[in-house]
Ligand binder design. Structure first.
Ligand code: GLN
Length: 478
């Protein structure tokens, strides 16, 4: 089992190890697993940062995350560092400030070792759309790690860092967590500040952790969650001490199974893995009920109308004039825009900009964008109703285990369908977590998704913790 921060921390506080030795060892692993292409940049000065944390730990002043070795998806700003978003258009762009999440993690003495690879602007489900080459799944390097936070998921799964940050707009934390066999937590929309996160679809985007244990994910959430005056959409809701709420007995929880999730695209092995979990929960005294989310089947088209609309507007700023790639081949302003964007963006981003511009255009706004907004509201109401009778809804995280590199790149709709179980949580703004529950016959990880009420991350973490322990040593590194 790959190291967790919790176990490292115990050794650190006993004086058996140092942050420097931990960071050194992780940097060594990053180098030896260069084939995964999980990291885009490595920060050599993380060793000095580790020394500073060691000094503070010695004085008894180490923070809550002292020596946590952290990877950060390259869509989150770290001051003085490149912020590429997996895109050529921002290839040389350097961030002038820290994102709020980075600020909070550093204040608690986490050590950032580098930036992880991702689908360009977080658009994708396989990390094949990175301008810097695809990431490989550590369990089988001929397969994708999922996406768009594939670099972060692969890094945590392969033991290249304790924890990594990802972002989830339609499933980009949960689906790669499931494909790589790690924990992936998408908090409630607004639970974590987006200040310093490059926007894809602003009404969906949220930052969250990948970890090798529920405890580590809960600990990181505790630090990054909470209101931020720099993000007007961050919620002013008190942050509970998630780590202290993990061990409660889940037998008072009511768990729902949405009957609509038994779709034709669901693999038999994934379905069986979810059913096994339900049996385990039943025998632990958890009440399992069937619930209905009747409009679930509309979640993919609704998401892909709204997310592309928001993306087309957010990505207008990359025009070659102010920052980012500027085409050398432009005599006039119009050419500057067209050539810089043509050269700077990859094919999936261009597809999204075109789709989004289309659904927002005068003749189609009512038919697509407005309609999708109304369906979004209906899906949210479906969940509200279901959560009147249950505390948690369980679904598979993804319909299949990790697919082969190249398998879906020529068919965007097939790629979009791998988000079938995750996007509805983003439409409704509710929290979700993917927990590894086993492997298929080909030894690829399978994850289940737990969805909760808004701002009730503690409930899904609690149930996730129970599942993690009932599975025991759920994940061996290969
Ligand atoms: N796979 C989804 C998409 O391509 C979700 C991406 C994300 O959550 N960032 O839009």
């Amino acid at each position: 089992m790959t190291g967790t921060y919790k176990s490292f921390r115990q050794s650190l506080l006993r004086g058996e190890v140092t942050c420097r030795s931990e960071v050194e060892s992780y940097l060594g692993s990053v180098k030896s697993r260069g084939d995964l292409n999980a990291f885009l940049q490595i920060y050599d000065e993380s060793l000095e940062a580790a020394d500073r944390v060691d000094a503070r730990v010695k004085e008894g002043k180490g923070g809550k995350l002292a020596g946590m070795v952290l990877g950060v998806k390259d869509v989150i700003a770290v001051k003085g560092k490149r912020l590429t978003c997996g895109s050529r258009i921002l290839g040389d762009f350097v961030s002038v400030y820290d994102a709020t999440v980075i600020d909070r993690l550093l204040k608690e003495d986490a050590v950032i070792i580098g930036k992880t690879n991702m689908d360009e602007f977080a658009m994708g489900s396989s990390t094949e759309y990175s301008a810097y080459g695809p990431v490989k799944n550590p369990s089988d390097t001929s397969r994708v790690p999922g996406g768009s936070s594939g670099g972060s998921a692969a890094a945590v799964a392969a033991g290249l860092c304790h924890v990594a940050l990802g972002t989830d707009t339609g499933g980009s934390i949960r689906q790669p967590a499931s494909f790589c066999g790690v924990i992936g937590l998408k908090p409630t929309y607004g639970r974590v500040s987006r200040y310093g996160l490059v926007a894809f679809a602003s009404s969906f985007d949220v930052i969250g952790p990948f970890a090798n244990s529920i405890y580590d994910a809960a600990l990181v959430l505790e630090v990054i969650a909470g209101h931020d005056p720099l993000d007007s959409t961050s919620a002013n809701v008190p942050v509970p001490s998630y780590t202290q709420l993990l061990e409660r007995d889940p037998d008072s929880l009511k768990v729902g199974v949405a009957k609509e999730t038994v779709s034709s695209g669901l693999s038999a092995e994934v379905r069986q893995a979810v059913e096994r979990q339900l049996d385990i929960l039943r025998s632990a005294g958890v009440e399992i009920k069937e619930v209905s989310v009747p409009h679930l089947e509309y979640s993919i088209p609704t998401y892909y109308v709204l997310a592309t609309a928001e993306a087309s507007s957010n990505l207008e700023r990359y025009d070659g004039a102010r920052y980012g790639h500027r085409s050398k081949d432009a005599d006039e302003l119009e050419d500057l825009y067209v050539h810089s964007r043509t050269e700077g963006f990859g094919p999936e981003v261009k597809r999204r900009i075109m789709l989004g511009t289309f659904v927002l255009s005068a003749g189609y706004y009512e038919a697509y964008y407005r309609k999708a907004q109304r369906v979004r509201r209906i899906i949210k109401e479906d969940f509200d109703k279901a959560f009147n009778t249950v505390d948690v809804i369980i679904t598979p995280t993804a319909p299949t285990t990790a697919f082969k590199i190249g398998e879906k790149t020529s068919d965007p709709v097939q790629m979009y369908l791998s988000d079938i179980f995750t996007v509805s949580a983003n439409l409704a703004g509710i929290p979700g977590i993917s927990v590894p529950v086993g492997r298929d016959a080909g030894s690829m990880p399978i994850g289940v998704q737990l969805l909760g009420r808004q701002f009730e991350e503690e409930t899904i973490l609690n149930l996730g913790n129970f599942i993690e322990h009932s599975i025991g040593n759920m994940r061996e590194t290969k």
